[in-house]
Design a binder for this molecule. Sequence first.
Ligand code: B12
Length: 598
Amino acid sequence: MTAKLTRSQVFPEAELPDAVSLVAEGRKMAETVTVGRSPFLEHYGVASEIEYKRRCVEEGRVMMHAQIGFRDTGKSQRAWGQIWETLDKAGYRVDRYGICLDWSMGYPRAHRKNMPRGTGMIMQEVEDWIAMTSKAPVSPHFGDFVIGTPAAFENTIAALLCGSTSVGNLGQYFAFRQPHWDDDIFTTAESLKAIALTAAQPVEVIVHSSLDDGFASMFTDLACSLGAILLEQYIVDELCGGHASYSFGNTYARPFTRHAFQRAAHKITKTPGTMIYGATTMYGQNYAANYASLATYLRMDIYGQKTRPAGHAVNPTPVTEAQRIPDIEEIVDVHMFANKLVELDEPLHALYRDDEIDPIADKIVEGGHQFKANVLQGFTEAGLDVRNPFEMLLAIRRVGSKRLEELYGPGRPTEGRLRGRTPVVRSHSIEQLEEMGEGVVGRMDEAARDRIRNAGFRACIATTDVHEYGKILIETVLRQLGVTIVDGGTSTDPNDLAEQMKGSGADFVALSSYNGVALTFVSELKKDMVKLDVGAPIFVGGKLNRIPDGSNTSLPVDISEELTAAGAVVCPGVETMLEHMAAMVAEREGAEHGRKRA
Ligand code: B12
């Protein structure tokens, strides 16, 4: 059982920054920084997106959300106008754009230059932000790498100035770490100031949180995910006077629970929801098959918003998403598809069963309230000040999703289950990975399995960024093969990983990378390992691509060859690593045999 929390564990510092002064500093900025008038606000004659959303809910309109953001700012500006215009001509509407800032934008501007870049948009001046949002009357939603990062305050200022009334992403605050940035006190302070700045605006501004980016993708219990919304409402609305809102969807792949969760969330929504994100974990490499997944989750989401509107836009995700960031035409196509689906949706309503789904939604809500209450009580018992937003933010971030669920989850304590509990309503994603891992081991040749088991391998497993599912999969497979796991962490730094390799004497690294940084990471890791005289193989898998410098398409390209040249073993699947491990065993046996003969 997980040990109880104590204040000194969570906050070893003698003193924390004063929350009241930080909130005051954020509010003061509202004297000079206010929401700019964007074409969206002008066109619809509203003060903020919240007002627009309430209006759409009243009219029974299903809103549409598209994600855009290319490395090249010119291309992003083109996309802003082109997608809206093409859909408008067809008689359809895109209501909001979620802007994919690059993760390097999460560093304060003065630190940004030499930091690792991902695959998103990089903007320099506030004028660039304004130039983009002025291209069409679509609501700018700054969902990522604003609140929650070390650049929270300055990026929130830019977002408000260019007319955005929806700024995120509190979910990222809790779960993301910018590489080479260890100062979570600074990140918390900047985020709290940013929240206070939004709260002090004369118009209502959404503080957005993506549950999937935050803890929800790692909770095994949907009640904890709902409890996370309640905790965020508590911090933002109650403690800071702001307007917390949320999205979910990427990792809610099972239609029944996706829908039950929508209904549960509807019951506790205060500020209108931002968007229901596409169920992108349903996508694979085949576009035609992806259309079936698209239709399944979209239909569910459209129905949800028609019958229990919580203000969310739905998000048709292009079917190319599992391969790379989608291009402009692909975004237009998928929106044509989604709008048609809305038109075709009406006669199908009778097919859905309220009597089955509503009791599940009720269980999630009850469990969610229980989770929030458990967290507040547990924190109080540990000596934390639950009325202080700084302490609440930093404590939740430091304790982390897994431990929060272990300590305070509403599920019944059960030995042998993930997080030591039987979930109130099981979330699908993590269990699915475990099943996938078991499948890989089950399909292995029995002799190979035994030889690896007997080899007594020790493996250091890590990720270069927030994507952790690949790591969980590898861990499941390796554990079943008797490999000792050294946890190299998520969003780790190459130098720390090399040190860990040295300290633990691991036989190999298994690295999962998805954000377009694999090449830089592996090159640095290799250098650091050479420095420390560590010669172990580096297995790498995930989404192995990057945007080449000076690219004219802004689309990432495969980097498998470069990674091989940099000294890594590129693994399109887990099987490749297992084959290499078998070869390592054979080599060891050969060496052993040679020694015996000598
Ligand atoms: C789930 C997901 C998320 C979740 C992650 C939840 C979590 N805690 O893990 C959330 C919502 C948090 C997320 C966030 C982001 N994501 Co994301 N995400 C995905 C998604 C849908 C699935 C990836 C996944 O985990 N698959 C499950 C694994 C198990 O399967 P797999 O990838 O097929 O892996 C196989 C092999 O690669 C191999 N493998 C994987 N790792 C390893 C390691 C070793 C050693 C070995 C041997 C094998 C191996 O094993 C698997 C079985 O064969 C993909 C799109 C897609 N459908 O693939 C985007 C995707 C990876 N994300 C992407 C992006 C851009 C982001 C964000 C930057 C978006 C944003 N603006 O916020 C943020 C990340 C921010 C950050 N700080 O890093 C991009 C990457 C773009 C690119 N490189 O071209 C993708 C491709 C989506 C897209 N098209 O834009 N994401």
